[in-house]
Design a protein around this ligand. Structure first.
Ligand SMILES: [Fe+2]
Length: 286
């Protein structure tokens, strides 16, 4: 069954969020919602997430799921705020526990930070089936960018997370803690083994000069034209090119704030005694 898909492009971080639904008046999943964050002032805003709420209300959708493809390192998740507004279960891949363990070390989080994924309402196992209204759906385990990435197939649409990018951009980086280029290659090849006409929806777009942002492509187009992962690129070629490129990339501007919020399912850290929540900055570690 064909899923209805509405994309929302957030230009500051190049992130694409989605509302996926079966029909007007039916059921929906929200994929990778963004909580706006200004690093200069430390202030969060819900402008981007409010657009999702507006769409959900306009189309009279019952939100069943708020799906994270992974613990993002470039933007904060609006999942916790959205659940208060429109409901739905906040879900991520079950290997998030590994990411929580890694970053509990990086941020020296104490015993009150649970590393069992319990901040989320649901943890998906590889290949787990679920539904969005009348649409069948499946959690596809696609590690490599992080150890925990999930792509979501909902109806005929696949939300690939940070695996493939648009054909002229290529692929997601693999140099964050727990990332691995060979693993990403195998995950991407599994996605590209889906039927040629499968609609693929990107998590990000960083368009080259002169091209407008875009986020939808197909398996056939990626196999033909993806600059990192077309059918002619071997695993060894990919690993060499991905690792050379990653060695030159700076950390994302928002990695430190993002990860601290996203491993908590989009909740801000607990408030201090003065009623203010704080983020930590590890010095000379990353
Ligand atoms: Fe990411």
């Amino acid at each position: 069954m064909q899923a209805s898909v509405q994309a929302f492009f957030e230009p500051v971080t190049g992130t694409v969020s989605y509302v996926v639904y079966d029909r007007d008046g039916g059921h929906a999943a929200i994929v990778d919602p963004v909580l706006d964050y200004d690093p200069k002032s430390g202030r969060t805003r819900t402008t981007s997430a409010e657009a999702l709420v507006g769409f959900v209300r306009e189309h009279k959708l019952a939100v069943q799921w708020i799906l994270e493809t992974h613990a993002h390192a470039d933007h904060l998740s609006a999942a916790a705020w959205l659940r208060q507004q429109v409901g739905g279960k906040v879900a991520i891949g079950e290997k998030i526990t590994e990411v929580q363990r890694i970053f509990a070390g990086v941020f020296d989080l104490g015993d009150d930070f649970a590393r069992d994924g319990s901040q989320f309402d649901h943890l998906f196992a590889a290949g787990e089936r679920f539904s969005v209204g009348e649409l069948t759906a499946e959690a596809l385990f696609v590690p490599g960018h992080t150890p925990a990435d999930i792509a979501y197939r909902i109806g005929d649409a696949v939300f690939v997370g940070d695996t493939l990018f648009m054909p002229d951009v290529g692929s997601a980086r693999c140099d964050f803690p727990g990332g691995d280029a060979a693993t990403l290659y195998r995950s991407a090849k599994a996605l590209l083994a889906l039927p040629d006409t499968t609609r693929l929806f990107m998590c990000h777009d960083y368009p080259p000069a002169g091209r407008a942002p875009s986020w939808e492509t197909t398996v056939a187009e990626q196999r033909r034209a993806n600059i990192h992962l077309n059918d002619g690129v071997s695993e060894a070629d990919f690993v060499a090119l991905r690792e050379a490129r990653d060695a030159k990339l700076e950390m994302p501007v928002l990695i430190l704030p993002s990860v601290q919020v996203n491993i908590r399912a989009g909740e801000l850290p607990p408030k201090s005694a003065n009623g203010v929540a704080y983020l930590k900055i590890p010095l000379n570690l990353m």
